[in-house]
Ligand binder design. Sequence first.
Ligand SMILES: [Ca+2]
Length: 279
Amino acid sequence: MECCRCWLPAVALLLCVREVKTDHLQAENLNLLPSEEHNKVLNHGMTAVLPRDCSEMLMVSSGQARDGVYLIQPGDSPIVAYCAMQDGGWTVVQHITVNSSVDFDRTWAEYKNGFGEVSGDHWLGNEYIHQLTRGPVRYKLGVKLVDRDAITKVGEYDPFMVEDESTSYRLRLGLFQGTAVDALTLDTENYLHDNQKFTTKDRDNDNYFQNCAKLEFHGVPGGGWWYDACAGANLNRRNVIYWQKDCNKERLCKYAWMMVRPSDTVKVIHSGTCKKDEL
Ligand SMILES: [Ca+2]
């Protein structure tokens, strides 16, 4: 039996969601989705071109798509990703629960291709974060932090880009706004994460004499991150999610998310009168 559910007749061909045929799911990162969850991919069987991200999926569903796992195609091959639709069509690229059973102490190759489960704690993969944010559309990064008292803080960096592997997935961030502190572009605790290369336990690109990804706190290594020498923030340390004063060993955070979506603001900068030497 096949069951097609369509949101709008006008886009029926685009949006048929077939809830059968769970055996032919095509995605480059299927290792991030347990086989018993293949039938939960909400646009499995989509007959037209796949959306490049969750924002586009939300748009073609006329805002009707719900939270969950979707097939998207930011590069040459489809991948599975978790879409936070209710928050505006964000593609989740990282999620962690404090003391997660998912190990974040991983190699370069694992951080490149992703690990964990997209419907739970995971890193989507530096290669896919690069594919999503490389343009030509400008992207922004959303960070969501929930502490143990269920107080939520959010922040956005606009624009956000992760460069390709030849630059070691260097982090590029724009202006920050939000209720959380800016822990990535401000020189907090003398550590600046913007413009840093990615470091893992087997590839040291940081500015410390040792490898920051190997440094342990209570026996748990920091995991991969865009370290300086070393961190004013690190959402991949499994036992203490770290984000300056918002998440640390005194103020424990329970959850963190990193997500991306196209920037919805085109900032027009009025140059005014500017002396040449001020440019
Ligand atoms: Ca080093």
